[in-house]
Design a protein around this ligand. Structure first.
Ligand SMILES: Cc1cc2nc3c(=O)[nH]c(=O)nc-3n(C[C@H](O)[C@H](O)[C@H](O)COP(=O)(O)O)c2cc1C
Length: 180
């Protein structure tokens, strides 16, 4: 990585899981960190590499429009996105999240990673609490809930946190950054 390569990490995090990853990454890379709600595309133009992180809400990456809707202005920059969801890391999940957020023709333009976050009901916004209560009722009505459904029901009472620095290894390695 060239010393002149300026990197920024922009993130949106509803309940803190994406913030963990974004903060760890900026510590490793010694680069700028921006909270995405207030960020404008003009704030990103002075960087060469833009790393965007967002929590997953109904399979959509929180705030990703900042990147996706401004690809013209961001042309020529290296774009990396990481999505943070409660779902376990599995090939089919990664594929579903990637294809829901990044059209196939942008696969060469945007590098994609999926990192496991967690679930903390108490930290959700009022709207998300209502949505998750509906989900909870749906889960409770399942006749034969699988392990994922049971784990999700359980997590309403016991917050789950799967964030781990080690999960950042592929991103750091793709940037040529040594990972210990
Ligand atoms: C309304 C709602 C929808 C969600 N949808 C998904 C989803 O589609 N896939 C997933 O893996 N996790 C989903 N989650 C879980 C969040 O993605 C997970 O808690 C994530 O770690 C949040 O990251 P953040 O706190 O940085 O926003 C959802 C959570 C809520 C409240």
């Amino acid at each position: 990585m060239s010393e002149n390569n300026k990197i920024v990490i922009v993130y949106r995090s509803g309940s803190g899981f994406t913030r963990n990853y974004a903060t760890w990454l900026s510590g490793e890379l010694h680069c700028d960190l921006l909270e995405g709600k207030a960020a404008k595309v003009s704030d990103l133009l002075r960087y060469d590499t833009i790393i965007y992180g967002g929590g997953l809400y109904a399979i959509g990456i929180n705030g990703f429009g900042l990147i996706k809707n401004n690809l013209g202005q961001l042309k020529g920059k290296r774009l990396i996105v990481f999505a943070v969801g409660a779902s376990p890391v599995r090939e089919d999940t990664i594929h579903a999240v990637r294809s829901a957020n990044i059209p196939a023709e942008l696969n060469d333009t945007i590098e994609f990673y999926y990192l496991r976050g967690g679930f903390n009901y108490d930290k959700l916004s009022r709207l998300n609490k209502i949505l998750m209560q509906l989900k909870k009722q749906q889960l409770k009505r399942m006749e034969n809930p699988d392990a994922d459904a049971r784990g999700m029901l359980e997590s309403f009472n016991h917050p789950l946190d799967f964030t781990n620095r080690k999960n950042l290894k592929p991103i750091l390695e793709s940037l040529g950054h040594p990972y210990e």
